[in-house]
Design a protein around this ligand. Structure first.
Ligand SMILES: Nc1nc2c(ncn2[C@@H]2O[C@H](COP(=O)(O)OP(=O)(O)O)[C@@H](O)[C@H]2O)c(=O)[nH]1
Ligand SMILES: [Mg+2]
Length: 194
């Protein structure tokens, strides 16, 4: 840390305002939590992260190879918080590699594709598996591709039931609907549980 008594601190960019406000805030934030996205192939995990972190969307299906880690700062009621977001190639079941991927995670984002009912069952199964490997992780379920709601197979009644046990967000990585709200909810829950 740039301690107060050190002569060096006089030239510390943190104090003399040379850094951008964002960078300044980033330096000041020491609350960081790892979250993992889980869900079947093609539900939109990588697209949701791209929308949230970079505000972009691509129609192309870019197969996620291995693991990609991004991060973003979020303002929560309790102050700034950094989400370290892990995105992995989709699987319906956790194999040994995915268990390594989960290590140290405090939060889980389970993603399903509203147009494919079986992906919700896969997401809930992954949540159960991941919960057995982690200590009381914060969880949110995302039903993605809200822009294609005409083609949704997941029924409103199913979501009403699910909402009794876990926060559920209807999202579109394409339009951005619900995306920020879902990540913010996870960040708030992680802050609360800290
Ligand atoms: N219409 C629509 N397509 C989406 C949405 N999210 C992702 N996609 C598309 O679905 C495909 C798979 O997305 P991707 O993020 O790679 O899924 P992942 O395998 O879960 O990481 C890509 O072609 C995306 O463009 C969405 O909200 N709406
Ligand atoms: Mg992906």
């Amino acid at each position: 840390m740039g301690g107060g008594g050190q002569p060096r601190s006089r030239y510390n960019t943190r104090k003399n305002g040379l850094r951008s406000p964002g960078a300044h805030r980033s330096v000041m934030t020491d609350f960081a939590r790892k979250i993992c996205l889980l869900g079947d192939f093609g539900v939109g995990k990588t697209s949701l992260v791209a929308r949230y972190v970079r505000n972009t969307f691509s129609e192309k299906y870019l197969t996620t190879v291995g693991v990609k880690v991004d991060s973003k700062e979020v303002q929560t009621a309790a102050g700034p918080s950094k989400l370290v977001i892990w995105d992995i190639a989709g699987k319906s079941a956790l194999d040994h590699l995915n268990q390594t991927y989960l290590r140290g995670a405090s939060g889980l984002m389970l993603v399903a594709d509203g147009t494919r009912e079986p992906t919700l069952r896969a997401a809930l199964y992954l949540m159960m598996q991941a919960k057995s490997l982690l200590q009381d992780p914060a969880c949110v379920v995302l039903i993605n591709k809200l822009d294609l709601i005409d083609r949704w197979e997941i029924l409103p009644g199913t979501l009403t039931e699910l909402r009794k046990t876990v926060p559920v967000f209807e999202t579109s990585a394409r339009t951005g609907d619900g995306v920020e709200a879902a990540f913010t909810r996870l960040a708030e829950d992680l802050r609360q549980g800290a």
